[in-house]
Design a protein around this ligand. Structure first.
Ligand code: BJW
Length: 234
């Protein structure tokens, strides 16, 4: 598949890779956005207007994530193995806020939409690991003020994290792989075009079904991530 056998690889993952671990995607018929209105839980205005609902939404998702039944699957593990064994750089950029890639052993990992198990404070610089369910009055353990603690996630209208590092890697990669994402959310949905334009990169999509940007990929394979990803990495 690769022209250069040590070429840097950039991998973008989305909710589909964690689906077979037992976590919901967003836009599938049984997805999160079928039960919640995006504008009520995933925007800065939602947090200002109804912090209780936003905290409830993320407290529930943390409880689901730390359930012992939720474990990395063979697709997460295959990507960690690729990073260990590939002679060139492998950068894994995930839109997912779960911690399954890290638990599977991926190290060169960017959580561009944040991390569910971290919280930060709007009043001070605190960024820390979450330990207990948050409420609107929960005081910040660093500055002591209430009302400022929020999930360390990127809501609509907010800037995704580590964009400079991501774009630098896209401009220099020999293979771009997109896994388990519907291609609805920017800037991630534009990475395939950037990799093509900036680096003439070979591009491949591994997804259950064609994504919004399916025609931009040189190669596509459709099916469950736990089958496609280990087979691709081997
Ligand atoms: C399987 C499977 C299995 C199922 N195996 N596959 C350009 C045009 C128009 C609008 C914009 C634009 N640029 C920016 C915007 C605004 C906005 C945006 O994109 N809006 C769109 C709706 C149009 N973007 C933003 O606001 C972003 N910020 C921003 O752009 O800042 C300015 C900026 C400008 C320039 C450069 C840099 C920055 C922020 C976006 C934040 C997204 N936040 C969320 C929620 C927060 C975290 C959380 O609560 O979890 O992130 S939304 C939600 O969607 C979540 C996800 O990470 C994200 C992507 O979803 P994903 O992963 O693709 O999931 P699904 O469900 O959509 O798809 C799953 C796929 O898996 C499907 O295809 C299935 O088929 C497949 N699948 N089972 C393999 N077993």
């Amino acid at each position: 598949m690769l022209r250069d056998e040590a070429a840097p690889i950039v991998i973008l993952t989305g909710a589909g890779i964690s689906k077979e671990s037992g976590l919901h995607t967003f836009r599938d018929p049984d997805g999160i956005w079928a039960r919640y209105d995006i504008s009520e839980v995933a925007t800065p205005d939602a947090f200002i207007n109804n912090p209780d609902l936003v905290h409830h939404f993320y407290n529930d998702r943390r409880a689901a994530l730390i359930d012992p039944d939720i474990q990395p699957n063979t697709a997460h593990r295959a990507l960690a193995r690729l990073e260990r064994e590939w002679p060139g750089d492998v950068l894994l950029v995930t839109q997912n806020i779960d911690d399954l890639h890290g638990r599977a052993g991926s190290k060169n990992l960017i959580h561009m939409h944040g991390e569910l198990l971290k919280i930060r404070c709007n009043h001070c610089d605190l960024l820390t690991h979450w330990s207990d369910p948050l409420g609107r009055e929960t005081p910040c353990p660093a500055c002591g003020k209430s009302g400022g603690l929020r999930p360390h996630v990127v809501w609509f209208g907010e800037m995704p994290l580590e964009m400079e590092r991501i774009y630098a890697a896209l401009a220099d990669c020999g293979l771009f792989i997109s896994i388990g994402t519907s291609g609805n959310v920017y800037p991630a949905a534009g990475f395939v075009q950037t990799a093509r334009d900036e680096a003439g990169t070979e591009t491949i999509e591994l997804n259950l079904e064609p994504s919004n940007g399916a025609t931009l990929f040189d190669h596509s394979q459709y099916g469950p991530a736990t089958e496609l990803v280990p087979a691709f990495v081997n």
